[in-house]
Write a protein that binds this ligand. Structure first.
Ligand SMILES: Cc1cc2nc3c(=O)[nH]c(=O)nc-3n(C[C@H](O)[C@H](O)[C@H](O)COP(=O)(O)OP(=O)(O)OC[C@H]3O[C@@H](n4cnc5c(N)ncnc54)[C@H](O)[C@@H]3O)c2cc1C
Length: 424
């Protein structure tokens, strides 16, 4: 039997960062034959693709400095975000609510009028209530509601008003009016950094600080005995003192065979991603990504690797939202690919002369977790129980939240500091 003080489940950015900080007496168990989780990069022909865009925007100096120190600067791309919303055959700046003056006159007046007559309540509970109360009917129904329904693939009543936390671009009437003259569309990801070889390059830098023997790949975990502190995989029995989970919380609860009564409250979306490389470029489009609220278009967002990596051929990622119960089989993927190509033509991203050179599809499941009051209560109870049993659950999916790669890394850094009781 292997004995380790710390055992980490999952070798994504969270698990690897934790390993880097713990330094000794740990192992990481990963079910796949590769590290990186959702920060993996795919190389096909001339194209470099992530699992949908994975761009680094740092809110704290610590990891920004680490990212820059660990990368050769010539291999890092820095971009000021250039994004648009495709609305009724025109482009509007993001966020929609701050750029209603770019709409045609009738639509602009509808949005402005509704923004002024909206009735704000002291307390709003759900995401959809928050949208109507803060932005009025027109802004909500023209963009915020259809776009988020496509992304989250659920009734927005199911989400808490703060489901998107700091990632939601709030704006009050003053800011909206001021933006008509002095453009200030700032958001959490105004600018971003990106390694030329894709997100995996940063993962490889983190893992270069980890002894490769500490990462056990292809580990299929059968069960975990929380009382005896033993993990049973198909190949090993591993005894731990402290267990740290970074795999999706719902899957972890199934493995430890606890809290099955809460399963029905967990909800999330899946995202089908197409990465597509074409034979040539369309030089009129310089955007990094475009949002699509129109429900007749199957995708909700298209990103342009070629405009980020400054490539000569069009190279895009396309994101399509699904509910947790929706099946995404081969037939569905084929259907969506055909629809995607049609819609790319319809929305002017490509024309008939474009040919697909390479493509791949990826299913991210879970992709965006659905946050509401019930799930927050459940998390509190589950985490209380776990902590009593020396189990911690962190990262975007381990802690079941909406966050960035940097936030997931911060979770790992803070937990290492707590566990090792030393300054990091
Ligand atoms: C569409 C989309 C776009 C995104 N874009 C960005 C972006 O531009 N910028 C940004 O900062 N963030 C972005 N994110 C968020 C980012 O992907 C996450 O914050 C980050 O990848 C979380 O890393 P993690 O290590 O916690 O989880 P994961 O990357 O999911 O890693 C978990 C690991 O656990 C492994 N695992 C799962 N089950 C088991 C098991 N039973 N046993 C052992 N191992 C297991 C998995 O194989 C995986 O390697 C995006 C997310 C999505 C869905």
């Amino acid at each position: 039997m292997i004995k380790k003080k710390y055992v980490i489940l999952g070798a994504g950015i969270t698990g690897l960062t934790l390993g880097k900080f713990l330094k000794d007496d740990y192992i990481i168990l990963e079910k796949e034959n590769q590290i990186g989780g959702y920060c993996k990069t795919i190389k096909k022909g001339d194209y470099i693709w992530d699992y949908a865009g994975h761009f680094f925007h740092f809110k704290e100096e610590y990891f920004k400095k680490y990212f820059l120190e660990k990368s050769e600067l010539k291999n890092i791309i820095f971009k000021e975000k250039n994004t648009k919303i495709f609305y009724k055959n025109n482009y509007v700046d993001y966020p929609f609510q701050k750029n209603i003056h770019q709409l045609e006159k009738k639509e602009f007046i509808e949005c402005l009028y509704d923004l002024f007559i909206k009735e704000e309540q002291e307390e709003n509970e759900t995401f959809i209530e928050m949208l109507y109360e803060k932005f009025g009917k027109s802004i909500t129904e023209k963009f915020l509601k259809p776009y988020n329904e496509k992304l989250y693939a659920c009734d927005l009543k199911m989400l808490d008003k703060d489901a998107m936390g700091r990632f939601f671009p709030h704006a009050n009437i003053n800011e909206i009016i001021k933006n008509m003259k002095i453009k200030k569309n700032s958001s959490y990801n105004d600018s971003f950094l990106y390694p030329k070889g894709g997100a995996i390059q940063f993962i490889n830098k983190i893992s270069s600080e980890i002894d490769s023997e500490k990462i056990l790949l292809n580990q299929n975990i059968k069960s975990i005995d929380i009382n005896k502190k033993i993990i049973y995989t198909e190949k090993e029995e591993i005894e731990y003192e402290v267990l740290i989970n970074t795999i999706p919380l719902i899957n972890f609860l199934k493995i430890i065979n606890s809290f099955s009564e809460f399963e029905k409250y967990f909800s999330w979306n899946k995202v089908l991603v197409f990465n597509i490389g074409f034979n040539k470029n369309l030089d009129t489009n310089l955007y990094h990504w475009i949002y699509y609220p129109d429900k007749n278009v199957n995708y909700y967002r298209v990103g342009f690797y070629n405009n980020i990596l400054e490539e000569k051929k069009l190279s895009i990622y396309v994101e399509i939202g699904y509910g947790k119960e929706d099946e995404i089989d081969e037939e569905e993927i084929k259907k969506q690919l055909e629809l995607t190509i049609k819609n790319l033509e319809k929305t002017g991203v490509i024309d008939k002369t474009f040919e697909v050179e390479e493509y791949c599809s990826i299913i991210m499941d879970p992709a965006y977790v659905h946050i509401n009051k019930e799930i927050e209560e459940i998390k509190k109870e589950v985490k209380g129980f776990m902590q009593k049993n020396s189990v911690y659950t962190i990262g975007r999916y381990g802690d079941w939240k909406y966050c960035s790669m940097e936030d997931s890394m911060l979770d790992a850094k803070n937990l290492a500091k707590y566990l090792k009781k030393e300054k990091i």
